[in-house]
Design a protein around this ligand. Structure first.
Ligand SMILES: Cc1cc2nc3c(=O)[nH]c(=O)nc-3n(C[C@H](O)[C@H](O)[C@H](O)COP(=O)(O)OP(=O)(O)OC[C@H]3O[C@@H](n4cnc5c(N)ncnc54)[C@H](O)[C@@H]3O)c2cc1C
Length: 410
């Protein structure tokens, strides 16, 4: 079997890998995309899925340049203009309103399945991305001028650059020998679709409680998608309750907001951890998305960081190619590594600190300091929001509204 040759081979076609494949193929790179499982077609008639993400305006801009935003926004999505953070104790709610920060919206709540399916349609339609699916990475041999990857099917691919977008347990990261700082939180994020007495008016609401935060994210039909962080033991107990008993507990945890809990769909829980790779680039290989970093979901930033990785890598590679530099050269990949690792580590440790502030019981001074600091300081609030919106100082150009054509001209 002869080898196929590409500029870039991407392992993993989750939300981040597919976005990167589309951006790179649209800027003229030849791309191979390897994925273990083809995503299910999105069914708009089915119940809302359990996995949703709060997609920032910066990520929406990246998805637009990837050609997927039109498909996504034509389906059920819910923009939100207000974020309300409280501790259910002594502090008044902290409000973030989009117009105050000159934003049209703070973000959009979208089912992961919709994002994934829309991107899959984009990458499979153009004919510019060669998709290897179902297939998996079997091995990698990094070389001086290119790397060779072998797939489980026996197919072989040579590429100047190999990208690991294969999620938190990345086989590519392990194969290349990149180590990680891994901290298990011994917590789970319990998710469900919940209806309250009053419909959600388009507010992302979060209450910090001693056991962990509880978030209600607005959905298109007025219901909310909840993410309830609890200790792993407590999450198993909540999962085992019958629906009425669960709704009673959720009721008291979210008391005072939008009335009683009136309905609750199926529940699931996901283990939470922080994972930071020691580098995002080595031997003609780079990591993006959860393969590079996993952060606590309390501010809904995981996949948003991944979309910005995809945009930043595209910008770095376009620049290298326009200067005639090898896209897999160590100097090029180090630029990407420095840029994105600094951003992701700041976000991961920020979430880690917030989580610690609020996991203290009762009227701990630390709890009080946490919210009060952000509340009093306009600059902190503004910076926090810019980061959350994905449009801060170090944001990739594609997240700030620059188009692929403009990126290639500059
Ligand atoms: C409870 C919870 C709530 C969250 N809420 C938010 C939120 O509101 N906002 C937000 O930004 N983030 C959120 N996140 C984080 C977000 O879900 C992840 O960051 C995101 O899904 C990661 O996407 P990815 O494409 O990097 O990786 P993945 O989604 O893990 O995709 C990896 C892909 O690679 C494929 N693959 C794996 N191994 C191989 C292999 N060897 N060969 C070929 N293919 C392979 C897999 O099949 C998969 O398709 C949340 C997370 C949790 C747990």
């Amino acid at each position: 079997m002869s080898d196929s040759h590409y500029d870039v081979a991407i392992i993993g076609a989750g939300m981040v890998g597919s976005t990167l494949a589309s951006l790179l193929s649209r800027t003229g790179f030849s791309v191979a995309l390897v994925e273990a499982h083809e995503p299910q077609p999105f069914d708009a008639e089915a119940e809302t899925g359990l996995r949703v993400s709060a997609i920032s305006p910066g990520s929406a801009a990246v998805l637009e340049q990837a050609g997927a935003w039109k498909l996504i926004s034509a389906q059920r999505c819910r923009p939100y203009r207000r974020m309300q953070v409280e501790d259910g104790m002594e502090l008044d709610p902290l409000l973030f309103d989009a117009p105050v920060f000159n934003l049209e919206r703070l973000g959009t709540i979208i089912e992961n399945a919709l994002v994934q399916w829309s991107l899959w349609q984009v990458v499979s339609a153009g004919g510019q991305v060669d998709i290897y699916c179902p297939d998996m990475l079997d091995g990698i041999e990094p070389g001086q001028k290119q790397s060779r990857i072998t797939l489980k099917s026996g197919k072989r691919i040579n590429a100047e650059l190999v990208v690991g977008a294969d999620g938190a347990s990345s086989e590519l990261r392990k194969a290349i020998g990149i180590r990680q700082d891994y901290r298990a939180y011994n917590q789970h994020g319990l998710v469900a679709v919940v209806g309250k007495q009053k419909p959600n008016p388009g507010v992302a609401w979060q209450r910090f409680m001693p056991g962990g935060p509880l978030a209600f994210l607005p959905l298109a039909d007025g219901s909310s998608s909840i993410v309830w962080t609890r200790s792993s033991i407590e999450a198993q107990r909540l999962l085992a309750l019958d629906n009425d008993a669960f709704m009673d507990e959720l009721d008291s945890a979210s008391s005072g907001w939008l009335g009683r809990v009136e309905s609750c769909g199926p529940r699931a829980a996901f283990p939470l951890s922080m994972r930071l790779s020691e580098t995002y680039a080595a031997q003609r290989t780079v990591l993006v998305g959860d393969a590079a970093h996993v952060v606590h979901p309390l501010a809904g930033q995981g996949v948003n960081l991944g979309f910005l990785d995809a945009a930043a890598l595209t910008e770095t590679l376009v620049r290298a190619r326009s200067s005639g530099i090898d896209i897999g050269a160590a100097g090029v990949l180090q630029k990407y590594d420095r840029w994105r690792r600094a951003e992701s580590e700041a976000m991961a440790f920020g979430m880690h600190a917030l989580r610690s502030f609020f996991s203290h019981d009762g009227l701990s001074p630390l709890r009080r300091i946490g919210l009060a600091l952000v509340k009093r300081s306009w600059t902190a609030k503004d910076m926090f929001l810019q980061k959350a919106a994905g449009t801060g100082k170090n944001a990739p150009k594609l997240a700030t509204g620059v188009t692929l054509q403009e990126l290639m001209r500059n």
